[in-house]
Write a protein that binds this ligand. Structure first.
Ligand code: FHN
Length: 471
């Protein structure tokens, strides 16, 4: 990067408008709204869908776009004001302006000809995931569906993929997952860094862009209204032309009334709900009636939350596909899942598909390993709710109907698996069975819990986890 470019950008950083320093978003990562900002929906259909959502427990999040070709962070390196933390992977000789042109031209080489939505859906099903959370459009504005409001899309003539049978990626992906009874939640970025009604160099800041609009919406209301109409039109087309949508998940929390960037989301969500009765809306970090659940990112709350929530966490290190990714093992994912479910949340585990349309093999191995465990122990996860003391002495608790599930996970494959297990559950227990195969287990009730006698584990490795059903 040329020296003068850096000085120039550093100097411009000082006069960024306030909204870019939104305290809920740090280096692009959204914090999550507190419980007191939560508003329970008043629409009974939304409340019913929310209970459906809380039963699902595991979503498959996917970040897929033109950026997948580069193997760098999705969108963020386009924002000059976020260059300090987002351009580390740009190791080829290019200036900021050249890079932005190269990035925006990625639509001209996006051609994932090996994409097979049916195969992805089969893998998702076998992994035990219950809904898809798919990036229909990230901040870079590239539309993974045949939008009538943008030419920056997979179905446009200048995108080589437009001739492919699956060019309208969202249409085929949603259908493949839906027919396997997997829910559909559409990720949508409220910011769009490609459309000229959000970023344009015709304003006084010229080509130096930060994550917000390149103008002040208060001073250019007619430009902002153009952007609002464009955005609401895209939300409407996803909500009315792509079959049943169970939820919409809105990223780019800096686009909100508080920062002077009001897209009047509630207006369009209510219109969409005429087509999608009860559809959930996760307007991240905003609170209020259109954040039907909160979305911790790459983290798990310390304690159970009494509101609906979902942690979105990468299976590897990155949301987008990177070529040298390390993926969590099935054991790591299950330990994470049990921690989240015991606190009343969902896990949206993210995989970044490859630019050729395949899912990374090692990611698939981890997902399928997770599915194998869930085939045996899923009853302790799906459809459960928080059960006091939720986690104590290494035992996590969930409950469903008249059963309490005591889950002991083993993060270390070399852990010693004791024959006797102390289960610190103080409620009444008349019977203990192993969820693995229904075998009845001897136990002694003591103050504060019960001592259960399990089988002797002879395997070389500790099991990922074992589950005791207390009735
Ligand atoms: O800015 C995005 C980021 O690129 C990614 O999409 C994550 C996924 O939850 N959401 C935002 C950061 O919080």
């Amino acid at each position: 990067m040329e020296e003068k470019m850096l000085e120039n950008e550093a100097e411009k950083l000082e006069n960024l408008p306030e909204e870019d320093h939104d305290d809920m978003i740090e280096n692009g990562v959204h914090n999550y709204s507190t419980e007191d900002a939560y508003v329970w929906p008043s629409d009974p259909k939304v409340l019913k869908k929310l209970e459906w959502f809380r039963d699902q427990k595991i979503g498959l999040m996917m970040h897929w776009g033109a950026y997948s070709q580069l193997g760098i962070v999705e969108s963020w390196a386009l924002s000059d004001a976020d260059a300090d933390w987002s351009r580390g992977e740009i190791d080829w000789d290019v200036t900021g302006e050249e890079f932005k042109k190269q990035y925006f031209d990625l639509n001209k080489t996006f051609n994932p000809i090996r994409f097979q939505p049916e195969k992805w859906a089969e893998i998702a099903k076998a992994a035990g995931t219950k809904y898809l959370l798919f990036t229909t459009k990230h901040h870079d504005g590239f539309c993974m569906w045949d939008s009538q409001y943008s030419d920056y899309k997979t179905t446009a003539p200048d995108c080589p993929f437009h001739t492919h049978r699956y060019a309208d990626i969202c249409a085929h992906l949603f259908e493949s997952f839906r027919k396997r009874d997997i829910g559909i939640i559409a990720y949508f970025s409220k910011a769009d860094w490609h459309v000229d009604s959000y970023w344009s160099d015709k304003y006084d800041r010229g080509c130096f862009q930060h994550r917000g609009p390149s103008y002040d919406p208060k001073e250019n209301p007619e430009e902002w209204e153009r952007f609002v109409e464009f955005t609401q039109n895209q939300i409407m087309e996803l909500g009315s032309k792509y079959g049943r949508i169970d939820g919409m998940w809105f990223d780019a929390g800096w686009v909100c009334a508080k920062s002077g960037q009001d897209i009047r989301l509630g207006e369009v969500i209510e219109r969409v709900r005429k087509f999608q009765p009860g559809m959930l809306c996760a307007d991240r970090t905003i609170g209020g009636p259109y954040e039907n659940y909160v979305t911790p990112e790459q983290c798990v709350p310390d304690k159970p939350l009494n509101i609906p929530w979902e942690s979105c966490i990468t299976l590897g290190r990155s949301f987008s596909y990177v070529y040298d990714e390390d993926y969590k093992s099935p054991r790591e994912v299950i330990c994470l899942l049990v921690e989240i479910v015991a606190k009343g949340g969902n896990l949206a585990i993210n995989v970044g598909p490859q630019p050729n349309g395949c899912l990374p093999r090692k990611a698939v191995d981890s997902l399928l390993g997770m599915g194998e465990w869930l085939k045996v122990y899923g009853d302790a996860i799906y459809g459960t709710r928080v059960c006091a003391p939720y986690k104590k002495d290494g035992i996590a608790f969930t409950k469903k109907a008249d059963t309490v599930y005591a889950i002991q996970t083993f993060a270390d494959e070399n852990a010693v698996v004791e024959e006797e297990v102390w289960i610190p559950y103080e409620g009444e227990v008349t019977k203990v069975t192993a969820l693995e195969d229904g075998r009845t287990l001897e136990f002694v009730k003591k103050d504060g819990g019960c001592l259960v006698k399990d089988k002797v584990y002879k395997g070389e490795k500790a099991p990922i986890g074992r589950v005791f059903c207390l009735n």
